[in-house]
Design a protein around this ligand. Structure first.
Ligand SMILES: Cc1ncc(COP(=O)(O)O)c(C=O)c1O
Length: 400
């Protein structure tokens, strides 16, 4: 069946929860995907930061194939070999001590929220139930993570939502200081905001937040679901701030395409969870953690993160060039290969133009073109994508 025929079937049988582009993706390899009409695209969306190693990376394909011959699933009533292996890798290469595996970013954040509240209880502060998050943040679509998300547009129609969340302006330390009360148990933020328009935490701000949390005896939760796993040029984005979180959440690129999420915590904080406090049927099952192990092992190979830094510098140079050329590009921002072009107008026209010309990019927060190429992207592929963006701006796309 071709694109049109598949889409007709999809319209009939799937809930209409996504504003999808009119293409059906049937195959992926490296930085490229193909649709049901056989058209090839350069993929600078990467499943929204999931395909960090590119599509069908041989390391991930092999890990899944091998694991599927041995053991696909077994319950967390028992110990699971690849789960232990992946936890060890993440712990040994972060500043955190224990991991819990789940199935998505939202679930990772749900778990982090539960852990922060339980930690407060164990510290003798059962009154500390509240979490301060950032305006324009995005933490997921479950009821609690929706409420943690500081964007009202996601809340409407879904009330009542869980209590215990308040919002402050991102990168505004004074706003945060006044928002902390005797009821606060944690501050939660994305090290680099993704959905909210690709905005990194300022260096000084994040250090001040860390110091404030220490002073108040509350936890710092970093959501690295989108910006973690090598995307910013270090395995975790927080490494570039010279601070350590108490809890960090991960998902997206962690599994190279299979559904996995995780939250990591320091020993002191993780000790608040006892058997029965949290769990997941599929969380950390052998198949997904074997894939995750292959992903992390690949990212830790000498040269991998150097490559991310080198190509991201190259991409930033090219995008700065575009900014100098076109007044409708207000800012190039983000970190590493999580890049936003903030425009003076709507970005959806650019996305459609790029798609027609064989390059997939995404628009977030209405006016920000977000580029999330695979971490394995080459300079030639960057040239190709930037040439299409150049043509889009040259033709005043989106300005009309
Ligand atoms: C920073 C951040 N946190 C959490 C989530 C939710 O992840 P998931 O869609 O896997 O539940 C996302 C998804 O975009 C995200 O970007």
């Amino acid at each position: 069946m071709n694109n049109q025929e598949w889409i007709a079937e999809g319209e009939k049988y799937l809930m209409h929860t996504y504003g999808r582009l009119p293409m059906v993706v049937t195959k992926g390899e490296g930085s490229r995907i193909w649709d049901a009409d056989g058209k090839e695209y350069l993929d600078f969306v990467s499943g929204i930061a999931v395909n960090g190693l590119g599509h069908c990376s041989p390391a991930v394909v092999e890990a899944i194939a091998e694991q599927s011959k041995t053991l696909i699933h077994c319950s967390n009533l028992y110990w699971i070999e690849p789960q232990i292996r992946l936890a060890k890798l993440l712990v040994e290469h972060s500043s955190l001590d224990k991991a819990f595996f789940c199935n998505s970013g939202a679930e990772a954040n749900e778990g982090a929220i539960k852990l922060a509240r339980k930690y407060a209880v164990e510290q003798g502060h059962g009154e500390r139930t509240d979490i301060v998050t950032m305006k324009q943040s995005f933490h997921g679509r479950t009821l609690a993570t929706l409420k943690a998300t500081g964007q009202e547009k996601f809340h409407q129609h879904f009330h009542p939502l869980p209590e215990g969340f308040s919002y402050v302006s991102f990168n505004d330390f004074a706003d945060l200081e006044q928002a902390i009360t005797e009821k606060t148990c944690a501050v939660m933020l994305e090290t680099v905001q993704g959905e909210g328009g690709v905005v990194p935490a300022d260096l000084t701000y994040l250090r001040q937040v860390r110091a404030l949390c220490d002073e108040k005896g509350i936890l710092l939760i970093l959501d690295e679901v989108q910006c973690g796993m090598g995307r910013t040029g270090t395995l975790f984005a927080y490494e570039q701030y010279d601070i350590v979180p108490d809890i960090m959440t991960l998902a997206k690129s962690l599994g190279g395409g299979v559904p996995i999420g995780a939250f990591l915590a320091t020993d002191k904080v993780a000790a608040a969870f006892h058997p029965g406090d949290h769990g997941s049927t599929f969380g950390g099952n052998p198949l997904v953690t074997a894939a995750g192990t292959a992903v992390v092992e690949t990212m830790l190979k000498p040269g991998f993160l150097d490559h991310v830094r080198e190509v991201s510098n190259y991409l930033w140079g090219k995008l700065q060039g575009l900014k100098e050329k076109y007044v409708d590009i207000l800012e190039v921002r983000g970190k590493g290969l999580l890049v936003g072009l903030a425009l003076s107008h709507e970005g959806s026209g650019i996305v459609s133009f790029a798609k027609e010309h064989g390059v997939l990019v995404n628009c977030t927060a209405g006016t920000v073109i977000r580029l999330l190429p695979p971490l394995t992207v080459s300079k030639e592929e960057i040239d190709e994508a930037v040439a299409v963006l150049d043509a889009a701006f040259e033709n005043n796309i989106g300005q009309r």
